[in-house]
Design a protein around this ligand. Sequence first.
Ligand code: NAG
Ligand code: NAG
Ligand code: NAG
Ligand code: NAG
Ligand code: NAG
Ligand code: NAG
Ligand code: NAG
Length: 856
Amino acid sequence: MSQHLLLPLAILAISPIPGAFQDSALSPTQKEPEDLDCGRPEPSARIMGGSDSQPGTWPWQVSLHQGGGHICGGSLIAPSWVLSAAHCFVTNGTLEPAAEWSVVLGVHSQDGPLDGAHVRAVAAILVPDNYSGVESGADVALLRLASPARLGPTVRPVCLPRASHRFAHGTACWATGWGDVQEADPLPLPWVLQEVELRVLGEAACQCLYSRPGPFNLTFQLLPGMLCAGYPEGRRDTCQGDSGGPLVCKEGGRWFQAGITSFGFGCGRRNRPGVFTAVAPYEAWIREQVLGSEPGPAFPTQSPELQSGLPEPTDENCTIALPECGKAPRPGAWPWEAQVLVPGSRPCYGALVSESWVLAPASCFPGRISSDLPPRDLDNWRVMLPSRPRAERVARLVPHENASWDDASNLALLQLRAPVNLSVAPRPVCLPHPEHYFLPGSRCRLARWGHTEPVPGAGSLLEAELLGVWWCHCLYGRQGESVPPPGEPPLAICPAYQEEEEVAGRCWNYSHWSLLCREEGTWFLAGIRDLPSDCLRPRAFYPLQTHGPWISHVTRGAYLEDQLAWDWGPEGEETETQTCPPHTEHGACGLRPEPALTGGLWPWLAEVHVAGERVCTGILVAPGWVLAATHCILRLGSTTVPYIEVYLGRAGASPLPQSHQVSRLVISIRLPRHLGLRPPLALLELSSRVEPSPSALPICLHPGGTPLGASCWVLGWKDPQDRVPVAAAVSILTPRLCHCLYQGILPPGTLCVLYAEGQEDRCEVTSAPPLLCQTEEGSWVLVGMAIRGSRDLFAAIGPEETWISQTVGEAHFLHPSGFPHWLPEGGDLCPPDMARASGSPRAALFLLLLTLLIQG
Ligand SMILES: *[C@@H]1O[C@H](CO)[C@@H](O)[C@H](O)[C@H]1NC(C)=O
Ligand SMILES: *[C@@H]1O[C@H](CO)[C@@H](O)[C@H](O)[C@H]1NC(C)=O
Ligand SMILES: *[C@@H]1O[C@H](CO)[C@@H](O)[C@H](O)[C@H]1NC(C)=O
Ligand SMILES: *[C@@H]1O[C@H](CO)[C@@H](O)[C@H](O)[C@H]1NC(C)=O
Ligand SMILES: *[C@@H]1O[C@H](CO)[C@@H](O)[C@H](O)[C@H]1NC(C)=O
Ligand SMILES: *[C@@H]1O[C@H](CO)[C@@H](O)[C@H](O)[C@H]1NC(C)=O
Ligand SMILES: *[C@@H]1O[C@H](CO)[C@@H](O)[C@H](O)[C@H]1NC(C)=O
């Protein structure tokens, strides 16, 4: 991770040049000057944030080819010598053979026939002995050409600085190259040489920026021999493919090469100016390598008055650039909120992402996104932006290529006819880079998105906290895919709402939202969603970060901002579980990330407060239903339905509302029909559904027996007063053992358990604790509920499957596995008098097992 963004700026960027020719002979008319004239283009004519250069402006710029394509830049410093960067030629500590490389001189556009360009083979590549990698400096290389270049209007050497030459802080210089125009965004055809003006940053000023945590919270220590150029606010920079190219500054009518493009942390990022190899310190090394070559490079002396530049800020008072996007006066007053008005349809809400571009759902413009032609009525489209008196006109609509079939790509970009002046409002929202990791617990807000209907009185409900990636993925992710680790784009991004703010009777069916998340006071557009799945608030959003590259490719200037919050806490990225238990047909149930057996929440464990006088254990079996033991809920002889409240997401009996606590009233109690006997299980219907979250999630149900290979637990409270959840490990006995042990006294459908050593007393029994198991796949399943007064006997869920499924359509029954445990009809194989022969079930069981073994 630590080197993730430290990018040597070389990469294969451009394919072969047609029509380039190898010219090894010096033209007969060529006259070599005695004293090489340098750094003077004939008067005529990786770059991010730059523009096309004019032919002949930078006649020393060369393109270094390997395998027929452009790899790096370089500069002509003498007829037979080219200066470039070592990292272009050293892979894995080995210098590549010179024969693989060629130098293209006098080229402007690398597309089509190279008028006036010529190619030279490379005779030798020279790199300092102690070069070991870009981050340790000495990233410089000299190429000796097999034959001298043909000098002319488009091929001329640049001047080199002497060791004493100083390029002062603030000096305006130019970098040139055919590299990417943005991170991972190659220079488009016709591959015209790009130029960008960059300011030299003094060592202290640059180190000051690099000492502040940047992308991936990285800082960097600059070394002697490195030179920075760029701007604290970023946006203009060199990029991949520019490596080895020159940074030149004009002094006294001549251009001197101050630096060699070396590396950067991303391209054009805030507080991360480009790092160049300073050329001046290599005067002696260069002179040594070219010794005896005539004519050699020229090192004109610098006029003394040019040595001083702007006063340089120091580490104490340097100005670092703050994000220019994502600042809102208060949540809800979004200065990037754009309303797109298309004749004949309702307003469509989107977000301003740069001076000229608005992002909105493509579904706002149906019929206009499938065709390649611009919409015919585009002239009549308008965009309303905050604090702008007049509507903006629209120049272009660029739908996402997959918008018509992929909901996650339901996006379109609208270009405004004229850029707006950014200020407090309008101001663009920040967009995340693909590697952005929104921390669990981040504060988020919903914002209008697309054609949306207002939710009555929803103002205070728009706040949320972000769920962890594991929960989000396992609740809503696609089956079978592993949970993406931090640093890889998630498949979904999920807010968790403050449940206590729930207001009954509100329906979110026709409202559409985007999700904004805040880091260090700066708002990012984190997720988009077209529709909530039902009446509930939207719970899973498509992550916007996967679209960062498309948005920056189209807009060339949207505000992609670095992650600002890095407090991953002691848990950090390593401990997050990477897989989810399989989903059932009704969605996720029984999820609980490991390691969670101690502390932590049991998301399905409910406190059922009955008539204000006792508390029973309940288990959430569907978003609107809790299962409990009838004997705890309904007292014998009582005929009235008691007042019952249910709490989920609690971890102890604190009287204060706990965060993410969920509470509901019970509006009905359902009992199965049972002949004669009082049914052991009761279903409680909640006043409204709960939203699945780590504090309220249904458990899965097991239709029969013990799931094979499962580990099982009795889950309850140590005592009904404190209600801190505890789990006691148990094994479920086979039907035969169970029957024999409790011969004659068991109601049908009863499970017997044996506690692990020392676990018997962990849970009290008056609250009727449940028996549950974790399957081999990882899902938690409910198997039974305690029978009155017993620690060891449980009423199985299996026999009531039909009743439960009919009452609660969404109950998650797993497929049957294992063997049924409530069967034994004529249990005639028990050894007589063995059952209950001893005081403790453990001792009785031991005797019983012995007998059965002997008999068998
Ligand atoms: C670089 O070298 C290491 C070990 O010396 C080797 O494992 C690796 O495959 C090499 N990588 C390339 C791209 O050659
Ligand atoms: C390489 O050696 C030169 C000369 O000894 C020295 O000035 C320079 O700092 C060294 N660079 C690195 C990266 O070790
Ligand atoms: C602050 O920066 C200015 C240049 O902007 C410089 O002249 C001055 O010495 C610096 N002051 C301190 C206290 O570092
Ligand atoms: C569109 O979908 C295809 C296939 O899934 C994918 O390869 C491509 O990258 C998508 N386009 C964009 C701009 O995301
Ligand atoms: C935008 O702001 C600049 C200076 O900040 C000003 O010169 C220019 O006139 C403004 N443009 C508009 C259209 O308001
Ligand atoms: C909202 O959607 C749900 C499920 O699709 C539906 O049952 C309900 O009637 C809808 N409510 C309104 C107010 O449209
Ligand atoms: C981020 O970097 C700063 C400064 O280097 C450091 O103090 C902080 O602990 C880092 N945070 C994380 C989460 O790594």
